[in-house]
Unconditional design. Structure first.
Ligand code: SF4
Ligand code: SF4
Lengths: 141, 141
DNA sequence: GTCGCTATGCAGTTTACAAAAGCTGAAGAA
DNA sequence: TTCTTCAGCTTTTGTAAACTGCATAGCGAC
């Protein structure tokens, strides 16, 4: 019941891109260094994000990644689900066949509620919002 | 970012006790068999619950475990936190020292919000409620 | 009081998956 | 052509979850 590194790195990566001027291209090496993320690990994560068209890849010299959409249009949920697939607190909330008690299990019901709330939160916030928060905090200090 | 077996087993265990007549004593072996849980694993979990005085242990012949409190008074949060300690989606929400960016990190802020919501849900529901849900569902079918 | 039953406590082992690294290739710009 | 950067796959490493075993201690029954 923990946020994984892949999810954290992915979010930090897209947030980094979100702060840049729209459409600009940034190589993986720069992101990895700026955020202190193992480059090959980040590469794998960005492949997923690329397939989900959250990010666009550009090969060759001066290549790298750019955001594929306006940060205002990308929710945290989209980013997270691109990395690890649909999110579930417990497997049986996804697939009732896993457990024969699923039909009656009250724990499953509670976790379904919790899960929906959690996803709701991730859906309610966009990358642009998070960047705003960051700026607000930094200007205070 | 997943509910662990220990947490699931612990919940199933106390729910099983909650359904029994108050104060009655049930041996671990019965719970383990009824819920298809490895007995020794459940034993470890119940030790934590015992230390947290959610459950009371009784040794010797016809010994076992009984609920230490009224199911109406025990929240899901208490049970879960007895098993795995205070719950955190990511380590830095607990301890800002882990990351030098913690002060400004917007991801940390978002996860703190999500975490609070999640804990809130677990705090808002008691064992008695869950047992009710279960009964309601079973009577329908 | 002693015998059998049940929890206690701790030290393991095994398994599973996250996290990271490595390598070969393909695409693209200069 | 050549260098740069991503793509895709395999393998390694690390760590925590999941489970097991055993020796001990408390308690009840008789
Ligand atoms: S017991 Fe309940 S929570 Fe556990 S797997 Fe079955 S349905 Fe899901
Ligand atoms: S980067 Fe943000 S989320 Fe990751 S550890 Fe630091 S504060 Fe927490």
């Amino acid at each position: 019941m923990q946020f994984t590194k892949a999810e954290e790195y992915g979010m930090l990566g897209v947030l980094y891109l979100s702060e840049k001027t729209p459409g600009s291209i940034t190589p993986l090496s720069e992101i990895a260094e700026a955020k202190a993320i193992p480059e090959k690990f980040l590469a794998k994560i960005f492949q997923s994000l690329s397939r989900a068209t959250i990010v666009r890849s550009h090969r060759g010299v001066r290549g790298g990644f750019s955001l594929a959409k306006d940060p205002k249009e990308v929710t945290v949920k989209e980013v997270l689900e691109s990395i690890h697939g649909p999110y579930h607190l417990i497997k049986c909330t996804n697939n009732a066949d896993i457990c024969e008690k699923a039909e009656y299990c009250s724990l499953r019901e509670l976790l379904s509620i919790a899960e929906r709330k959690l996803i709701q939160i991730f859906e309610d916030h966009t990358l642009a919002e998070l960047v705003e928060w960051e700026k607000a905090k930094q200007s205070v200090s």
